[in-house]
Design a protein around this ligand. Sequence first.
Ligand SMILES: NC(=O)c1ccc[n+]([C@@H]2O[C@H](COP(=O)([O-])OP(=O)(O)OC[C@H]3O[C@@H](n4cnc5c(N)ncnc54)[C@H](O)[C@@H]3O)[C@@H](O)[C@H]2O)c1
Length: 249
Amino acid sequence: MDRRLKGRIAVVTGAAAGLGKAAALRLAAEGAILEILDLRDGSAVVAEIEALGGRANSTVCDCADEAQIADAVQGIEARHGRIDILVNNAGILSGRKPWHTLSKEEVERYVNVNYLGYFLVTKALYPLILKSQTPRVIMVASRTYFLANPGQMAYVASKGAVMGMTRVLAKEMGEQGIPVNAVMPGMVATPGTTEHSQEEAFNRVMGNQAIKKRVQPEHLAGLIAFLASDDAELITGQMIICDGGGYLH
Ligand SMILES: NC(=O)c1ccc[n+]([C@@H]2O[C@H](COP(=O)([O-])OP(=O)(O)OC[C@H]3O[C@@H](n4cnc5c(N)ncnc54)[C@H](O)[C@@H]3O)[C@@H](O)[C@H]2O)c1
């Protein structure tokens, strides 16, 4: 594997499982030193990275809780003094439920984790991002915003807000030379999605793609690694979909 991220400090949220785990493994394989933040214990991912000769640390942290984020950031600052790559990925998926049956609390939960969480983590790490020579901010959003999936109003709205945040941050952080982009996969089988969807749903989605191949966590991880690399220095404010052409606008 190309070591184009050698020595870069990368924070990936929600990397104990699913897409975040694949991103952490890929960034580590390219030479980055990983900091994993997750509600769940990420030590198995750390062990996997170390077994492959990489360096990683995990912190149990609710990425929607400002105090827990502050504690985690303090640890990262003490270990590294800066970060180079932030991947905001920690999120909650959803099943389908008519919008008028959603309670205020249900909608708030999606907004708090999927949108406010990205804002809080980015804000807390901003002083450490400013110390990087090669800073990158990457948001995992969702193409469901474009598809407008019926029954997923709370999820889709929270992920759509991430795109709004990405576009504004790209302009504001552009002043400091920091690229900010959003990536979104097709429907990928992860612990989060298999809780709500059966095998045939993944195959149905694949059937609507231009390239009929199931999107895997590793496909998105490759895109994230590219955006973290030197080659992507001037790509910013973009919404990049990796879904085999399932959504063509
Ligand atoms: N899998 C897909 O098809 C798909 C498609 C589009 C977008 N996404 C987005 O990708 C991201 C990852 O999804 P996934 O499919 O890997 O989900 P997943 O549920 O498999 O993994 C999510 C990880 O995030 C962690 N997490 C959840 N809430 C957290 C919090 N408050 N603080 C810290 N960690 C938290 C979980 O513990 C878990 O380890 C999400 O933001 C999701 O919206 C996924």
